[in-house]
Design a protein around this ligand. Structure first.
Ligand SMILES: *Cc1c(COP(=O)(O)O)cnc(C)c1O
Length: 473
């Protein structure tokens, strides 16, 4: 260590001394001594760890210390999770919070969160009510179901249905449908957790009605069909129509359950999008129970919705596990408000963010890319080039995995070939370090921003001046 470094280290003040600085007093009054102490300690540790002489020589300057500590405190008191710009091109992105709620649903949710409500109270009779009652009529009207119930998410819906109807029994399911969804949702494991024995039928690519017929016996709890929501098997394939399985199940006296995954409450074809299976269709085909998510294409809060035969829903609701998987008041509020929007399908695209984003014309997204190009180019000047490119957005969360939507954005490409990968990582990191982190995706050596889901161009552009590629490590 050079003499100058040593001198600089020696002049780094102690935590106590910084706490006594005049500028620290208002911070302590505002945030409390423990938090300010933590922030100061963290800044000093950082300076000792990273500081060459130059950093230290300036860092011990009181005003710089003050800026660093204040920044640190701000970072410590950020809400968590906090908003980001989703420029990944995946509209329903599980890691970025899936569907954005409609404004109206968020408002209703906030009221339910902050005030007492008739969540489980029958106002007409003055007696205890049922939380499912707030959404059941709407769900039934939109799906044609006799009854419904709501749980924490679709994984919980599948778990609860299987545990209720098939605990200790067999569940014949096609080998081609034993899906894994990101994280730890694997159909065979969910079945095991529900206390059921998976009975695999058919092969990966083909299953026939005879396979179902042969598998059903005295041990069968339910027959299960899973919508292969995040992949497609193409080529020499065959599966059995839902109506045919339903008919067989009825003859053999076993319930038929379909896990739709996403599902859609309206036929997306009316908006020019590809068709996504609908709960109403599955029920019309003769399924006894259908499960689907509240926060995929439906565009509501995280929830799992179970619809179907009233006698089976009654059984499901009596399962003690239902209590462990139930949704809270804010979810019920947001869900009922979101479902209400479906009563007017013509206005749904303006009101439901998921649909609005899916339907945004590529030309409009491209125009945004052209408007933002120069600002981004200036922010990465000398390090990367920026060009407007066509790209493909995905719906995400397993819906319509093989269908993409034409979109546009910016491709940010390092100017040098040497070490381009690490430069690209640094650029991506710098964008993630912005006050509202920007999340893109890397594709063929470029960082690509798909602007389909950007709804506040001004806010995006305004923070570009803060981009610091040199600091990002
Ligand atoms: C997404 C999905 C699930 C899990 O739903 P969550 O709401 O994420 O719990 C289950 N099954 C299928 C087919 C899915 O696509």
């Amino acid at each position: 260590m050079s003499a100058r470094d040593k001198a600089a280290f020696a002049s780094l003040p102690s935590v106590d001394r910084v706490l006594r600085a005049a500028w620290a007093a208002p911070l302590i009054a505002d945030r409390g001594r423990p938090q300010v102490t933590d922030a100061i300690r963290a800044v000093l540790v950082e300076l000792r760890a990273n500081g060459g002489a130059a950093t230290l020589a300036t860092a011990i300057d009181d005003s710089i210390l003050r800026v660093r500590v204040t920044e640190r405190l701000e970072a410590m008191t950020q809400p968590s999770p906090r908003p980001v710009f989703n420029l990944t091109g995946t509209v329903v992105h599980t890691n970025l919070g899936r569907s954005r709620l409609a404004e109206s649903a968020a408002a209703v949710m906030a009221v339910a969160a902050t005030r007492p409500s008739n969540l489980e109270f029958d106002l007409a009779e003055g007696v205890r009510g049922d939380r499912d009652g707030h959404v059941e009529a709407l769900v039934c009207r939109l799906t044609g179901a006799e009854a419904s119930t709501v749980v924490n998410n679709n994984a919980a819906a599948v778990l609860l249905v299987l545990n209720t109807l098939a605990q200790g029994r067999e569940v014949p399911t096609s080998r081609g449908e034993l899906i894994e969804i990101g994280g730890s949702f694997r159909m065979p494991e969910i079945m095991a957790s529900a206390g059921c024995r998976l009975r695999e039928i058919g092969t990966t690519n083909r299953v026939h009605l005879e396979d179902y017929d042969a598998a059903i016996g005295g041990e069968t709890g339910v027959v299960m069909k899973v919508h292969t929501s995040n992949y497609a098997i193409v080529g020499f394939t065959s599966s059995v129509a839902e109506a045919d399985i339903a008919k067989l199940c009825r003859t053999r006296g076993v319930p038929f359950v379909i896990d739709l995954g996403s599902g859609s409450l309206v036929d997306l074809v009316r908006y020019g999008l590809p068709h996504e299976p609908m709960p109403s269709e599955a029920l019309a085909h003769g399924a006894d129970l259908v499960t689907f998510s509240g926060d995929k294409l439906l565009g509501g809060p995280q929830a799992g919705i179970i619809v179907g035969r009233a006698d089976l829903i009654k059984q499901v609701k009596r399962n003690p596990m239902k209590r462990a998987l139930r949704v809270d008041k804010t979810t019920i509020a947001a869900l009922s408000s979101t479902l209400a929007l479906y009563e007017d399908p013509d206005r749904l695209p303006e009101r439901l963010p998921v649909l609005r984003e899916l339907l945004r014309p590529a030309a409009e997204v491209r125009a945004a890319a052209h408007r933002l190009r120069d600002g981004v180019a200036a922010a990465v000047q000398g390090v990367a080039t920026v060009e407007v490119v066509d790209c493909e957005s995905q719906i995400g969360s397993g819906a319509l995995p093989t269908q993409t939507i034409a979109s546009a954005g910016l491709a940010i490409r390092p100017v040098t070939d040497r070490g381009a990968g690490s430069v690209l990582n640094r650029i991506a990191r710098a964008f993630r370090d912005l006050p509202v982190p920007v999340i893109g995706r890397t594709h063929e050596g470029a960082l690509v921003f798909d602007f389909r889901c950007l709804d506040d161009e001004a806010a995006f552009a305004a923070q570009l001046s803060k981009l610091d590629i040199s600091r990002a490590g």
